[in-house]
Design a protein around this ligand. Structure first.
Ligand code: NAD
Ligand code: DAU
Length: 350
């Protein structure tokens, strides 16, 4: 019996990871530690909430004392840390929350793990889930590899880079067993509709403008979220302590090509005239400091641990669009409350 604390388990990627672990490892106890910010939603976990090996604990990782209490109570063998403020645009509008959660919160978890584990470090692991954005922005060629120098360029990526450095520092200075993975853009079900895909799917459906930043030429490397969760599983169980693994799908798209593909698929699914949804595309003021291109080289993970992405992008995109079209209740719930206010504020000056 292993006990693993997964932080941020009520969010987009965290909920997929919890679903995978709770179903795949009936003899593990999975603790979902989440503050339930606007991005955390227990409805993402309805299908697993009654499983005997799952427990939810509402807590803020910025509260150091509470972290010590929780670690003392559950005595985890491992931590998989996903809790974070995760949206670049929000980090530009209000950086401070990112410093608290992503840097101070991560340090609190490292301290709690250190105190609880003491020198009994056999079979213990602190797994930190990070992003490719810590590496900065690429030109037309090349890929991020694990040794690419850090060059974060937004408050979000700077806060994630800081947390990566702290995890490595705790490994080097205190011998805390840790591993880090840096993943490219995820897509799939249960993603909060502030990020490109769910926001645009929802807007296309409701015939609302599609706010494309700049010229839409920026490039992202898209990976199906369940493939990310599978990669975390493989790295947690077989990764080398102290190592870093890049995760990505070798699947680069300019934003505008991706948006046009989404419009085309949705025209057909919603019985609209071909080209109708593309009319919604509206070019707006660019994101400040907008990174041009991300592209991950995941050959280390593929060669050493045998992970490969399972899904072709077009198939995954269709599945994803179908899920959002069928999940009215979920979408209505997450877009009620403060969502409209957020949307009006974020897009009013664009
Ligand atoms: P998300 O915003 O959907 O979910 C974040 C979760 O963390 C939410 O459930 C939220 O309630 C929780 N949380 C936030 N602040 C907290 C706090 N102070 N205490 C406890 N819980 C708190 O994020 P996501 O897209 O699922 O990303 C998860 C992790 O993966 C993040 O660390 C992110 O940096 C990283 N990541 C994301 C992507 C991506 O494409 N979404 C890609 C690579 C890496
Ligand atoms: O690369 C991994 C990262 O991917 C994660 O670490 C982040 O948590 C995650 O949010 C994501 O960051 P991006 O900034 O790449 O994702 P986002 O969905 O916000 O934007 C994707 C691209 O689409 C980006 O080039 C900006 C553009 N965009 C986004 C929005 C929300 C638009 O053109 N219009 C929009 O309204």
């Amino acid at each position: 019996m292993k006990t693993i604390i997964i932080t941020g388990g009520a969010g987009f990627i965290g909920s997929h990871l919890i679903r995978l672990f709770v179903n795949k490892y009936p003899d593990y106890k999975i603790i979902n530690l989440d503050k339930l910010t606007y991005a955390g939603n227990l409805a993402n976990l309805k299908d697993v909430e009654k499983m005997p090996n799952y427990e939810f604990v509402k807590a803020d990782i910025v509260d150091a004392d509470h972290m010590f209490e929780i670690f003392d109570k559950y005595q985890p063998d491992g931590v998989i840390h996903l809790a974070a403020e995760s949206h670049v645009d929000r980090s530009i509008a209000n950086p401070n929350e990112f410093i608290f959660t992503n840097i101070v919160g991560t340090t609190n978890l490292l301290n709690a793990a250190r105190k609880t584990w003491g020198d009994k470090l056999d079979d213990k692991l602190f797994y930190h889930v990070s992003t490719d954005e810590v590496y900065g922005s690429l030109g037309e060629t090349g890929f991020f590899v694990e040794t690419t120098a850090y060059d974060p360029r937004s408050p979000y990526s700077a806060s994630k880079a800081s947390s990566d450095h702290l995890v490595r520092a705790y490994g080097h200075t205190f011998g805390l067993p840790s591993v880090i993975s840096n993943c490219s853009n995820n897509y799939g079900s249960y993603q909060f509709p502030e990020k490109l895909l769910p926001l645009f799917i929802n807007n296309i459906r409701n015939k609302k403008a599609l706010p494309v930043y700049g010229k839409g030429e920026n490039i992202r490397d898209w990976l199906w979220v369940e493939d990310h969760a599978r990669a975390i599983d493989v790295i947690y169980h077989q990764g080398k302590v102290g190592d870093t693994y890049n995760i990505g799908g070798h699947n680069e798209w300019t934003n505008i090509d991706l948006i046009k593909l989404m419009c085309k698929i949705m025209d057909s699914k919603l019985n609209r005239k071909e080209g109708e949804s593309e009319q919604l595309i509206t070019y707006v003021k660019d994101r400040a400091g907008h990174d041009m291109r991300y592209a991950i080289d995941s050959s280390k993970l593929q060669d050493e641990l045998g992970w490969t992405p399972s899904l072709q992008f077009e198939e995954g995109l269709e599945k994803t669009i179908d899920w959002y079209l069928e999940s009215d209740e979920w979408m209505n719930e997450v877009t009620s409350g403060d969502y409209q206010k957020y949307y009006d504020e974020m897009y009013k000056n664009r």
